[in-house]
Design a protein around this ligand. Sequence first.
Ligand code: MV4
Length: 496
Amino acid sequence: MIRKLLVANRGEIALRIIRGAREMGVATVAVHSEADRLAPHVLAADEAVEIGPAPSAESYLRIDRLIEAARATGADAVHPGYGFLSERAPFADAVEEAGLIFVGPTGETIRSMGDKTEARQRMQAAGVPIVPGIVDAAKDADEALAAAREIGFPVLLKAAAGGGGKGMRVVEEEGELAKSFEAAQREARSAFGDDSVYVEKYLGRPRHIEIQILGDAHGNVVHLHERECSIQRRHQKLVEEAPSALLTPEQRAEMGAAAVRAAQATKYRGAGTVEFLWQDGEFYFLEMNTRLQVEHPVTEFITGLDLVHWQLKVAAGEPLDFTQEEVRLQGHSIEVRVTSEDAFGGFLPSTGSVHSISVPGGPGVRWDGGITAGTEVGLHYDPLLGKLITWGPDRLTAIIRMERALDELVIRGVNTCLPFHREVMREKDFREGNLTIRYLEDHPELLERPDDPELAEVASIAAALLEHRSRATRAAPRLVEGAGGRMSNWRAFGWR
Ligand code: MV4
């Protein structure tokens, strides 16, 4: 087993990993920048090492300093969290070369999934459906045009070294292709130092559904069902849920089996996510993420499994001790990402000091946060302050609980996107589970400040006096026609 774990991250995910390690009797080492000396993850760990100034490039991204911190504290394993170095193959390699356990897949697996054309080739060979298109980069615009004619317009040009939406171009018709191809190549070269571009059929209104997988060092792989992450803005997910509101048990099993084949094709060890686009009853492999994801708690809620515990176990060589048939799917879970952004002002980042935070609790509610009163929110790091997650025996109960928990969560001192989430929870298409990756483009009203300014001012004065939000600013959760009456949908909680 691992004795001492260095957590190469900050914020809510560092705290989440430290909590999981502590429960398993694993000692923890936090690392932090000068700006994060008193951050919650530092206070929560058994030991802490300062690794550099505030900018990530001089601290959380310094492989040499992280390895040195592990050596100096006698850690025997490193958990990369998400973001930062979590999907950099050279980091996984450096950790192993230093004789330490990397909590994640091998550098080789990370590398092969980072190249999108290689990933497509491997998936095709493993019998995982991929988006129709070419599997090798196109040599020139003529080759791309020939491919596009075969696939049928519109097509999407993608950088082989890309991912996360960088370097993509939609091409509607033949006449635009040559120009777009050259632009995509230039973009890819300057962003990734690699100008390889390939061609895919463009899907206009897909859902983003991903499958959580878990593999051990002995070749066993299970899937832990899907998460639906369609509600996003500029590739930043905002709301996630598990299971998806519309998959049938047969479709779930089919996607799960495809994800397991994908993981087996890369000899996957650890927790990973296979991303799919879903449109008109068909699903297509998009990318594989070789890390623990932000939205992992919704999977933990519906399966009862602790993903950090399992990451540590399989990293230490322990086999999975349950089968696919034993993986439960119980109820429904929703997560909202709470960021220091003003959703009604174009998601403008908000900075300052957190004056106070009051976190929700009660049945079926989880707050995974990385801030306390006094935390300085600046521009050096990701704006994610924390995640609010609810569980219910069914989707409507999870939503109603989220509305209740959103009302209980009060963060003062910085603007947050909490008011936006209150709007989403009441919106009809969301309530009915009608989601695509264009959800926000289809609902621009959700990005408009809903309150009467006068009422908002009165409310903010009242809130300042009372230290919690006035009831006047929020309507009672509204029921949506056809979504079922409130109590009629409410079942007594507990395993059925
Ligand atoms: C697509 C697509 C439509 N058709 N591929 C965006 C990020 C990268 N991982 C792949 N992405 C997309 N690929 C085809 N053939 C639409 C997107 C896409 C998207 C995908 C998932 C979640 C959010 C998205 C937002 C915009 C575009």
